[in-house]
Ligand binder design. Structure first.
Ligand code: PLP
Length: 419
Protein backbone atom coordinates (compact mmCIF):
# COMPACT_ATOMS: atom_id res chain seq x y z
CA UNK A 1 0.00 0.00 0.00
CA UNK A 2 1.25 3.43 -0.91
CA UNK A 3 1.37 6.12 1.69
CA UNK A 4 -0.82 9.06 0.77
CA UNK A 5 0.34 12.60 0.15
CA UNK A 6 -2.10 14.49 2.38
CA UNK A 7 -4.74 16.29 0.38
CA UNK A 8 -5.16 19.05 2.95
CA UNK A 9 -1.92 20.54 1.75
CA UNK A 10 -2.87 20.56 -1.90
CA UNK A 11 -6.64 20.38 -2.47
CA UNK A 12 -8.34 23.61 -1.57
CA UNK A 13 -4.91 24.68 -0.63
CA UNK A 14 -2.50 26.48 1.51
CA UNK A 15 -0.05 28.12 -0.86
CA UNK A 16 3.69 27.99 -0.35
CA UNK A 17 4.98 28.71 3.11
CA UNK A 18 5.38 32.33 4.04
CA UNK A 19 2.64 33.37 1.62
CA UNK A 20 -0.91 34.21 2.41
CA UNK A 21 -3.14 31.15 2.64
CA UNK A 22 -5.50 30.98 -0.30
CA UNK A 23 -7.95 28.22 -1.01
CA UNK A 24 -7.37 27.40 -4.68
CA UNK A 25 -8.79 24.28 -6.31
CA UNK A 26 -7.00 22.77 -9.26
CA UNK A 27 -9.58 23.34 -11.96
CA UNK A 28 -10.87 21.21 -14.76
CA UNK A 29 -12.76 22.20 -17.90
CA UNK A 30 -16.16 21.66 -16.25
CA UNK A 31 -18.27 23.65 -15.80
CA UNK A 32 -17.31 24.93 -19.24
CA UNK A 33 -17.20 28.54 -20.31
CA UNK A 34 -19.88 28.54 -23.00
CA UNK A 35 -19.24 31.90 -24.68
CA UNK A 36 -21.28 35.11 -24.51
CA UNK A 37 -23.44 34.28 -27.55
CA UNK A 38 -24.20 30.66 -26.77
CA UNK A 39 -27.74 31.23 -25.49
CA UNK A 40 -28.53 33.63 -28.37
CA UNK A 41 -27.58 31.03 -30.96
CA UNK A 42 -29.54 28.30 -29.18
CA UNK A 43 -32.51 30.66 -28.91
CA UNK A 44 -32.28 31.36 -32.65
CA UNK A 45 -32.56 27.65 -33.37
CA UNK A 46 -35.64 27.36 -31.18
CA UNK A 47 -37.26 30.64 -32.28
CA UNK A 48 -36.83 29.74 -35.94
CA UNK A 49 -38.76 26.50 -35.47
CA UNK A 50 -35.68 24.62 -36.69
CA UNK A 51 -35.48 26.56 -39.94
CA UNK A 52 -32.23 28.38 -39.21
CA UNK A 53 -29.15 26.76 -40.77
CA UNK A 54 -26.88 26.95 -37.73
CA UNK A 55 -24.85 23.98 -38.98
CA UNK A 56 -24.12 25.79 -42.25
CA UNK A 57 -23.14 28.92 -40.31
CA UNK A 58 -20.78 26.96 -38.10
CA UNK A 59 -19.24 25.16 -41.07
CA UNK A 60 -18.51 28.45 -42.83
CA UNK A 61 -17.12 30.07 -39.68
CA UNK A 62 -14.86 27.13 -38.82
CA UNK A 63 -13.55 26.83 -42.38
CA UNK A 64 -12.79 30.55 -42.41
CA UNK A 65 -11.02 30.46 -39.04
CA UNK A 66 -8.89 27.53 -40.18
CA UNK A 67 -8.31 28.94 -43.66
CA UNK A 68 -9.66 25.90 -45.51
CA UNK A 69 -12.23 25.63 -48.30
CA UNK A 70 -14.56 23.05 -46.75
CA UNK A 71 -15.83 22.09 -43.32
CA UNK A 72 -18.38 19.31 -43.05
CA UNK A 73 -19.87 19.11 -39.55
CA UNK A 74 -20.43 15.66 -38.01
CA UNK A 75 -21.58 14.29 -34.65
CA UNK A 76 -17.94 13.62 -33.62
CA UNK A 77 -14.46 12.85 -34.84
CA UNK A 78 -15.10 9.10 -34.94
CA UNK A 79 -17.79 9.64 -37.61
CA UNK A 80 -15.67 12.32 -39.29
CA UNK A 81 -12.77 9.91 -39.79
CA UNK A 82 -15.15 7.07 -40.70
CA UNK A 83 -16.64 9.25 -43.41
CA UNK A 84 -13.20 10.14 -44.71
CA UNK A 85 -12.26 6.46 -44.78
CA UNK A 86 -15.35 5.76 -46.91
CA UNK A 87 -14.70 8.76 -49.14
CA UNK A 88 -11.12 7.72 -49.91
CA UNK A 89 -12.51 4.57 -51.48
CA UNK A 90 -9.41 2.36 -51.15
CA UNK A 91 -9.61 -1.40 -51.70
CA UNK A 92 -10.30 -3.92 -48.91
CA UNK A 93 -7.01 -5.11 -47.46
CA UNK A 94 -5.22 -1.85 -48.28
CA UNK A 95 -3.08 -0.57 -45.43
CA UNK A 96 -3.36 2.73 -43.61
CA UNK A 97 -0.39 3.67 -41.44
CA UNK A 98 -1.56 4.92 -38.04
CA UNK A 99 -0.21 6.56 -34.95
CA UNK A 100 0.32 3.96 -32.22
CA UNK A 101 -0.83 6.33 -29.47
CA UNK A 102 -4.32 7.32 -30.50
CA UNK A 103 -7.99 6.79 -29.76
CA UNK A 104 -10.37 4.06 -30.87
CA UNK A 105 -12.13 6.76 -32.88
CA UNK A 106 -8.98 7.22 -34.95
CA UNK A 107 -9.24 3.78 -36.49
CA UNK A 108 -12.84 2.59 -36.18
CA UNK A 109 -13.84 3.87 -39.61
CA UNK A 110 -10.95 2.46 -41.51
CA UNK A 111 -11.51 -1.01 -40.03
CA UNK A 112 -15.21 -0.70 -40.95
CA UNK A 113 -14.14 0.09 -44.52
CA UNK A 114 -12.10 -3.14 -44.50
CA UNK A 115 -8.73 -1.43 -44.58
CA UNK A 116 -5.92 -2.73 -42.37
CA UNK A 117 -4.36 -0.45 -39.77
CA UNK A 118 -0.58 -0.67 -39.52
CA UNK A 119 0.87 1.02 -36.46
CA UNK A 120 4.10 2.95 -36.91
CA UNK A 121 6.03 3.35 -33.67
CA UNK A 122 6.31 6.61 -31.74
CA UNK A 123 9.57 8.50 -32.06
CA UNK A 124 11.58 7.56 -28.92
CA UNK A 125 10.56 9.56 -25.84
CA UNK A 126 7.55 11.18 -27.53
CA UNK A 127 3.83 10.61 -28.03
CA UNK A 128 3.86 10.95 -31.86
CA UNK A 129 5.06 8.97 -34.84
CA UNK A 130 7.62 10.45 -37.25
CA UNK A 131 8.84 10.03 -40.83
CA UNK A 132 11.59 7.74 -39.49
CA UNK A 133 9.13 5.41 -37.76
CA UNK A 134 6.67 5.48 -40.68
CA UNK A 135 9.22 4.64 -43.40
CA UNK A 136 9.75 0.94 -42.47
CA UNK A 137 5.95 0.38 -42.44
CA UNK A 138 5.40 1.36 -46.08
CA UNK A 139 4.52 -1.54 -48.40
CA UNK A 140 2.95 -1.82 -51.84
CA UNK A 141 -0.46 -2.01 -50.08
CA UNK A 142 -0.03 1.27 -48.17
CA UNK A 143 -2.46 3.93 -49.34
CA UNK A 144 -2.45 6.59 -46.64
CA UNK A 145 -0.88 7.83 -43.43
CA UNK A 146 -3.25 8.94 -40.66
CA UNK A 147 -1.34 11.03 -38.13
CA UNK A 148 -2.61 11.92 -34.66
CA UNK A 149 -1.33 15.07 -33.00
CA UNK A 150 -1.40 13.62 -29.49
CA UNK A 151 -2.02 15.95 -26.55
CA UNK A 152 -1.96 18.88 -29.02
CA UNK A 153 1.62 18.42 -30.22
CA UNK A 154 1.65 18.44 -34.01
CA UNK A 155 3.69 15.64 -35.60
CA UNK A 156 6.74 16.79 -37.56
CA UNK A 157 4.73 17.10 -40.76
CA UNK A 158 7.23 18.34 -43.36
CA UNK A 159 9.31 15.13 -43.40
CA UNK A 160 6.10 13.04 -43.20
CA UNK A 161 4.59 14.82 -46.22
CA UNK A 162 7.88 14.50 -48.13
CA UNK A 163 7.99 10.76 -47.47
CA UNK A 164 4.33 10.38 -48.46
CA UNK A 165 4.85 12.27 -51.70
CA UNK A 166 7.77 10.02 -52.60
CA UNK A 167 5.49 6.98 -52.23
CA UNK A 168 2.29 8.52 -53.63
CA UNK A 169 0.42 8.30 -50.30
CA UNK A 170 -2.35 10.45 -48.88
CA UNK A 171 -1.64 12.07 -45.52
CA UNK A 172 -4.53 13.05 -43.28
CA UNK A 173 -4.82 14.21 -39.69
CA UNK A 174 -6.66 13.33 -36.52
CA UNK A 175 -6.54 16.83 -35.06
CA UNK A 176 -8.94 16.15 -32.16
CA UNK A 177 -6.51 17.12 -29.45
CA UNK A 178 -4.73 19.91 -31.35
CA UNK A 179 -7.31 22.49 -32.36
CA UNK A 180 -5.46 25.70 -33.34
CA UNK A 181 -2.05 24.27 -32.51
CA UNK A 182 0.40 25.74 -34.98
CA UNK A 183 3.30 24.09 -36.82
CA UNK A 184 5.78 26.46 -38.53
CA UNK A 185 3.01 29.00 -39.02
CA UNK A 186 0.40 26.46 -40.18
CA UNK A 187 -2.59 25.22 -38.21
CA UNK A 188 -3.34 21.62 -37.24
CA UNK A 189 -5.87 20.31 -39.72
CA UNK A 190 -4.31 22.13 -42.69
CA UNK A 191 -1.19 19.98 -42.96
CA UNK A 192 -2.51 17.12 -45.08
CA UNK A 193 -5.26 16.30 -47.57
CA UNK A 194 -7.96 16.40 -44.88
CA UNK A 195 -8.47 16.29 -41.12
CA UNK A 196 -10.97 15.29 -38.47
CA UNK A 197 -11.78 17.34 -35.37
CA UNK A 198 -13.73 16.54 -32.22
CA UNK A 199 -15.93 18.95 -30.29
CA UNK A 200 -16.95 16.51 -27.58
CA UNK A 201 -17.56 18.17 -24.27
CA UNK A 202 -14.08 17.42 -22.86
CA UNK A 203 -12.21 18.88 -25.77
CA UNK A 204 -10.47 22.25 -26.02
CA UNK A 205 -13.36 23.52 -28.16
CA UNK A 206 -16.14 21.48 -26.65
CA UNK A 207 -19.84 21.30 -27.33
CA UNK A 208 -22.23 18.65 -26.03
CA UNK A 209 -20.79 16.41 -28.77
CA UNK A 210 -19.64 17.09 -32.33
CA UNK A 211 -16.84 17.10 -34.83
CA UNK A 212 -16.05 17.84 -38.44
CA UNK A 213 -14.01 17.04 -41.52
CA UNK A 214 -11.99 19.82 -43.13
CA UNK A 215 -10.33 19.77 -46.53
CA UNK A 216 -9.31 21.99 -49.43
CA UNK A 217 -10.14 19.24 -51.91
CA UNK A 218 -13.50 20.00 -53.63
CA UNK A 219 -13.98 16.49 -54.89
CA UNK A 220 -13.20 14.90 -51.52
CA UNK A 221 -15.56 17.33 -49.74
CA UNK A 222 -18.34 16.30 -52.11
CA UNK A 223 -17.65 12.62 -51.45
CA UNK A 224 -17.61 13.22 -47.68
CA UNK A 225 -21.08 14.80 -47.89
CA UNK A 226 -22.29 12.02 -50.15
CA UNK A 227 -21.04 9.15 -47.96
CA UNK A 228 -21.33 10.84 -44.59
CA UNK A 229 -24.52 12.84 -44.78
CA UNK A 230 -26.55 11.92 -47.86
CA UNK A 231 -26.41 8.23 -46.96
CA UNK A 232 -24.91 7.40 -50.33
CA UNK A 233 -28.02 8.62 -52.13
CA UNK A 234 -28.49 10.36 -55.47
CA UNK A 235 -31.67 11.97 -56.75
CA UNK A 236 -32.88 10.23 -59.87
CA UNK A 237 -35.47 11.76 -62.21
CA UNK A 238 -38.83 9.94 -62.17
CA UNK A 239 -37.72 7.85 -59.18
CA UNK A 240 -36.36 9.96 -56.32
CA UNK A 241 -33.66 8.94 -53.87
CA UNK A 242 -31.54 6.04 -55.10
CA UNK A 243 -28.89 4.71 -52.66
CA UNK A 244 -25.94 3.91 -54.89
CA UNK A 245 -23.46 3.45 -52.01
CA UNK A 246 -23.59 2.32 -48.40
CA UNK A 247 -23.53 5.75 -46.77
CA UNK A 248 -24.02 7.17 -43.29
CA UNK A 249 -26.29 9.80 -41.72
CA UNK A 250 -23.57 11.52 -39.70
CA UNK A 251 -25.00 15.02 -39.37
CA UNK A 252 -24.39 17.56 -36.62
CA UNK A 253 -27.51 18.86 -34.90
CA UNK A 254 -28.50 22.54 -35.10
CA UNK A 255 -28.24 22.93 -31.31
CA UNK A 256 -24.76 21.40 -31.24
CA UNK A 257 -23.75 23.79 -34.04
CA UNK A 258 -25.06 26.72 -31.97
CA UNK A 259 -22.79 25.74 -29.08
CA UNK A 260 -19.85 25.13 -31.45
CA UNK A 261 -20.30 28.57 -33.00
CA UNK A 262 -20.29 30.22 -29.58
CA UNK A 263 -17.21 28.22 -28.58
CA UNK A 264 -15.38 29.16 -31.76
CA UNK A 265 -15.67 32.82 -30.78
CA UNK A 266 -13.71 32.27 -27.56
CA UNK A 267 -11.38 29.38 -28.30
CA UNK A 268 -8.49 31.20 -30.01
CA UNK A 269 -7.88 33.37 -26.96
CA UNK A 270 -8.13 30.33 -24.70
CA UNK A 271 -5.59 28.47 -26.83
CA UNK A 272 -3.07 31.32 -26.52
CA UNK A 273 -3.45 31.05 -22.76
CA UNK A 274 -3.20 27.24 -22.77
CA UNK A 275 0.02 27.53 -24.76
CA UNK A 276 1.53 29.90 -22.19
CA UNK A 277 0.42 27.78 -19.24
CA UNK A 278 1.53 24.43 -20.66
CA UNK A 279 5.01 25.80 -21.37
CA UNK A 280 5.24 27.13 -17.82
CA UNK A 281 3.98 23.87 -16.31
CA UNK A 282 6.37 21.88 -18.51
CA UNK A 283 9.33 23.96 -17.26
CA UNK A 284 8.26 23.54 -13.63
CA UNK A 285 7.74 19.79 -13.96
CA UNK A 286 11.08 19.40 -15.79
CA UNK A 287 12.86 20.66 -12.66
CA UNK A 288 11.68 17.65 -10.62
CA UNK A 289 14.34 14.90 -10.57
CA UNK A 290 13.13 11.66 -12.16
CA UNK A 291 10.20 13.31 -13.96
CA UNK A 292 10.22 14.15 -17.69
CA UNK A 293 7.34 16.17 -19.12
CA UNK A 294 6.17 15.48 -22.68
CA UNK A 295 8.82 17.25 -24.78
CA UNK A 296 7.59 20.29 -26.73
CA UNK A 297 9.30 20.41 -30.13
CA UNK A 298 10.92 23.69 -31.25
CA UNK A 299 8.83 23.75 -34.43
CA UNK A 300 5.57 24.01 -32.44
CA UNK A 301 4.64 27.72 -32.51
CA UNK A 302 1.40 27.27 -30.57
CA UNK A 303 0.74 24.29 -28.29
CA UNK A 304 -3.01 23.97 -27.90
CA UNK A 305 -2.59 21.46 -25.09
CA UNK A 306 -5.53 19.20 -24.34
CA UNK A 307 -3.90 16.80 -21.90
CA UNK A 308 -0.86 17.31 -19.74
CA UNK A 309 1.50 14.43 -19.07
CA UNK A 310 4.94 13.27 -17.99
CA UNK A 311 6.91 10.07 -17.57
CA UNK A 312 8.49 8.90 -14.35
CA UNK A 313 11.89 7.20 -14.28
CA UNK A 314 10.99 3.84 -12.67
CA UNK A 315 14.53 3.39 -11.27
CA UNK A 316 14.06 6.45 -9.10
CA UNK A 317 10.72 5.66 -7.43
CA UNK A 318 9.31 2.95 -5.21
CA UNK A 319 5.93 3.14 -6.96
CA UNK A 320 4.95 2.59 -10.58
CA UNK A 321 3.13 5.05 -12.85
CA UNK A 322 -0.26 3.81 -11.65
CA UNK A 323 0.59 4.38 -8.00
CA UNK A 324 2.10 7.74 -8.86
CA UNK A 325 -0.97 8.82 -10.84
CA UNK A 326 -3.29 7.79 -8.04
CA UNK A 327 -1.36 9.88 -5.56
CA UNK A 328 -1.39 12.89 -7.87
CA UNK A 329 -5.14 12.53 -8.26
CA UNK A 330 -5.74 12.06 -4.54
CA UNK A 331 -3.70 15.18 -3.88
CA UNK A 332 -6.07 17.25 -5.98
CA UNK A 333 -5.33 16.97 -9.71
CA UNK A 334 -8.63 15.86 -11.26
CA UNK A 335 -8.53 12.64 -13.29
CA UNK A 336 -4.75 12.08 -13.12
CA UNK A 337 -4.28 8.57 -14.49
CA UNK A 338 -2.11 6.22 -16.50
CA UNK A 339 -2.22 6.35 -20.31
CA UNK A 340 -1.74 2.73 -21.41
CA UNK A 341 -5.20 2.59 -22.97
CA UNK A 342 -4.00 4.93 -25.72
CA UNK A 343 -1.69 2.21 -27.11
CA UNK A 344 -4.00 1.16 -29.94
CA UNK A 345 -2.47 -2.20 -31.03
CA UNK A 346 -2.88 -3.36 -27.40
CA UNK A 347 -6.18 -1.61 -26.63
CA UNK A 348 -8.01 -2.85 -29.75
CA UNK A 349 -7.91 -6.58 -29.06
CA UNK A 350 -10.54 -7.20 -31.75
CA UNK A 351 -7.78 -6.59 -34.33
CA UNK A 352 -5.71 -9.54 -33.08
CA UNK A 353 -8.90 -11.67 -32.94
CA UNK A 354 -9.71 -10.74 -36.54
CA UNK A 355 -6.24 -11.48 -37.85
CA UNK A 356 -6.04 -14.83 -35.99
CA UNK A 357 -9.42 -15.96 -37.24
CA UNK A 358 -8.63 -14.58 -40.72
CA UNK A 359 -11.81 -12.54 -40.61
CA UNK A 360 -12.31 -10.39 -43.71
CA UNK A 361 -10.24 -8.34 -44.68
CA UNK A 362 -7.51 -10.28 -42.88
CA UNK A 363 -8.25 -13.33 -45.04
CA UNK A 364 -5.84 -13.73 -47.97
CA UNK A 365 -6.85 -12.21 -50.33
CA UNK A 366 -7.71 -9.38 -49.81
CA UNK A 367 -4.84 -9.23 -47.25
CA UNK A 368 -1.44 -9.79 -48.79
CA UNK A 369 0.17 -11.26 -45.66
CA UNK A 370 -0.51 -12.13 -42.02
CA UNK A 371 -0.65 -9.44 -39.37
CA UNK A 372 -0.33 -9.46 -35.62
CA UNK A 373 -1.41 -6.83 -33.12
CA UNK A 374 0.01 -6.39 -29.65
CA UNK A 375 1.89 -3.86 -27.58
CA UNK A 376 5.08 -5.28 -29.08
CA UNK A 377 4.21 -3.74 -32.48
CA UNK A 378 5.46 -0.41 -31.16
CA UNK A 379 8.10 -0.83 -28.43
CA UNK A 380 8.89 2.90 -28.15
CA UNK A 381 5.23 3.75 -27.60
CA UNK A 382 4.80 0.79 -25.22
CA UNK A 383 7.82 1.76 -23.11
CA UNK A 384 6.83 5.41 -23.06
CA UNK A 385 3.29 4.69 -21.88
CA UNK A 386 4.52 2.20 -19.27
CA UNK A 387 5.78 5.14 -17.22
CA UNK A 388 3.31 7.78 -18.35
CA UNK A 389 1.04 9.81 -16.07
CA UNK A 390 -1.45 12.32 -17.50
CA UNK A 391 -4.64 14.19 -16.89
CA UNK A 392 -7.21 15.23 -19.53
CA UNK A 393 -8.36 18.15 -17.41
CA UNK A 394 -5.61 20.64 -18.26
CA UNK A 395 -7.50 23.72 -19.44
CA UNK A 396 -7.57 27.46 -19.97
CA UNK A 397 -8.50 27.96 -16.30
CA UNK A 398 -4.89 27.27 -15.30
CA UNK A 399 -3.04 30.30 -13.95
CA UNK A 400 0.63 30.70 -13.01
CA UNK A 401 -0.35 30.06 -9.41
CA UNK A 402 -2.17 26.86 -10.35
CA UNK A 403 0.78 25.65 -12.45
CA UNK A 404 2.99 26.11 -9.38
CA UNK A 405 0.49 24.27 -7.25
CA UNK A 406 0.27 21.36 -9.67
CA UNK A 407 4.05 21.16 -9.90
CA UNK A 408 4.08 21.22 -6.09
CA UNK A 409 1.78 18.21 -5.98
CA UNK A 410 3.94 16.27 -8.44
CA UNK A 411 7.11 17.21 -6.55
CA UNK A 412 5.61 16.14 -3.24
CA UNK A 413 4.56 12.75 -4.65
CA UNK A 414 7.99 12.33 -6.26
CA UNK A 415 9.83 13.20 -3.05
CA UNK A 416 7.69 10.86 -0.99
CA UNK A 417 8.27 7.87 -3.27
CA UNK A 418 11.88 8.54 -4.25
CA UNK A 419 14.18 5.54 -3.69
C1 PLP B 1 -7.14 11.59 -30.77
C2 PLP B 1 -8.61 11.34 -30.79
N1 PLP B 1 -9.18 10.83 -31.89
C3 PLP B 1 -10.51 10.59 -31.97
C4 PLP B 1 -11.34 10.85 -30.90
C5 PLP B 1 -12.81 10.56 -31.02
O1 PLP B 1 -13.54 11.75 -31.06
P1 PLP B 1 -15.14 11.76 -30.84
O2 PLP B 1 -15.38 11.40 -29.41
O3 PLP B 1 -15.55 13.14 -31.17
O4 PLP B 1 -15.73 10.77 -31.77
C6 PLP B 1 -10.79 11.39 -29.73
C7 PLP B 1 -11.67 11.66 -28.57
O5 PLP B 1 -11.30 11.62 -27.43
C8 PLP B 1 -9.40 11.63 -29.66
O6 PLP B 1 -8.83 12.14 -28.57
Amino acid sequence: MLEKVPRAKYGPQRMMEGKEEKPVDIPMQYPRTMGPNCMNYLQEVVDSGLTVDMVGRFEKAFAKELGVKHCIATPGCTPALATLAAAFDFEPGDEIINSPIADYGTLQGLVTENYIPVFADAAPGTVNLSAETIAPCITDRTRAILVVHMTGIICDMDPINELAEKHGLIVYEDACQAIFSQYKGRLAGTLGTAAGFSFDSEKTMGSDIGGCVVTDDDDLAERVRFYGQSRGAQQEPHFGRRHVALGYAYRMTQCTAAICLAQLEIVREQVVHRDKMVRLLTDLIAEIPGITPIPIPDYLDVYSCWMFGFTINPDQFTCDAEGFAKQVQDAGVPMADIGKMYLMPAACTFLEDMTRSKTYPFSMPPASHEYSFSEDNCPNARDYLENFVYWPTFCEKYTEEICEQVAGVVRAVADRYRR
